[in-house]
Design a protein around this ligand. Structure first.
Ligand code: FES
Length: 280
């Protein structure tokens, strides 16, 4: 069956989506927005934590498979164990990212990806204990099976990132506003009341406060939430979707799960119009 057909079927499996939705709800009740969530999201390093951690797990298990080929039993056993241990934080960060997914089809694939990784982890754990008990050949067979499942699950992880855009800065491909562009009559912007305007295909939030006018990309960098619908207080806007908090004046992240600051624009009033442009 062509790979595209398999992906399409996975994306339409409503059972996977429903399971993922429930899982995400439980997770977000347990792990509330704050420091722990920021660590699990990768906010502190401005890069998603999950893909970085997968390198360790995949690397350890791949190396174990190679060592098995050369008969290095002890080294292989250690790496199988290291991979299993590193898979725990990897899985938690993956669950964290899954809970933030906002569309059904992506969520279905994410659940299939997670299920594959859990199956792979189980096989490598079984491999470890088989090796420890002296059943080396069984341990190797379990590791190879786990490795095959791991690669299939990893393929789905790649699909989530590269085709479905999970973990990608949602404003990364927005065109800059190169020259001063009028967007609104100055009289139409009232203090403390955000307004959404469109500028050459870019959604911009305007916000006036104490005689200053601020402009930010209206798409949250995390998953594209509409910032103009968020709560604004203390010079910050809170995204209504997963409660990332951005400073309005420079877009800096005050709280994740976002990993990229909000995009801000310069503003001025010219001939009665509010104009915006990208920073140099
Ligand atoms: S879309 Fe997730 S915090 Fe904004």
């Amino acid at each position: 069956m062509p790979i595209e057909t398999i992906l399409n079927r996975l994306e339409r499996m409503s059972g996977l989506d429903m399971f993922g939705r429930k899982l995400g709800r439980v997770y977000t009740k347990v792990v509330r927005p704050g420091r722990v969530r920021d660590v699990l999201s990768g906010t502190f390093m401005r890069h998603p934590a999950h893909p970085a951690l997968t390198d360790m797990t995949i690397g350890a298990w791949t190396s174990a498979i190679v060592l098995d080929m050369f008969g290095a039993r002890r080294g292989s056993e250690i790496l199988v164990g290291v991979g299993a241990l590193s898979a725990v934080p990897t899985a938690i960060t993956g669950l964290n990212d899954l809970s933030d997914i906002t569309d059904n089809q992506t969520r279905s694939v994410a659940v299939a990806h997670a299920a594959g990784n859990v199956a792979s982890l189980s096989l490598f754990v079984a491999s470890y204990f088989a090796r420890r008990s002296g059943a080396h050949r069984r341990g190797v067979a379990l590791a190879w099976t786990g490795f095959a499942v791991l690669n299939a699950a990893g393929y789905l992880g790649g699909h989530l990132s590269f085709r479905r855009g999970v973990g990608v800065n949602q404003t990364a491909f927005d065109d800059p506003i190169r020259s001063w562009t009028p967007v609104l009559d100055a009289g139409e912007l009232h203090d403390e009341k955000p307004v959404r305007v469109g500028v050459d295909g870019t959604d911009v939030m305007l916000y006036g406060s104490r005689g200053k006018i601020y402009a930010l990309s209206n798409r949250c960098t995390h998953r594209g939430g509409p910032l103009h619908k968020g709560k604004i207080a203390d010079g910050c806007v809170t995204c209504p979707w997963h409660l990332s908090v951005f400073r309005i004046d420079d877009g800096e992240i005050v709280r994740g799960p976002a990993i990229a600051p909000a995009v801000t624009f310069e503003t001025r009033i010219h001939e009665g119009k509010i104009e915006v442009r990208s920073h140099d």
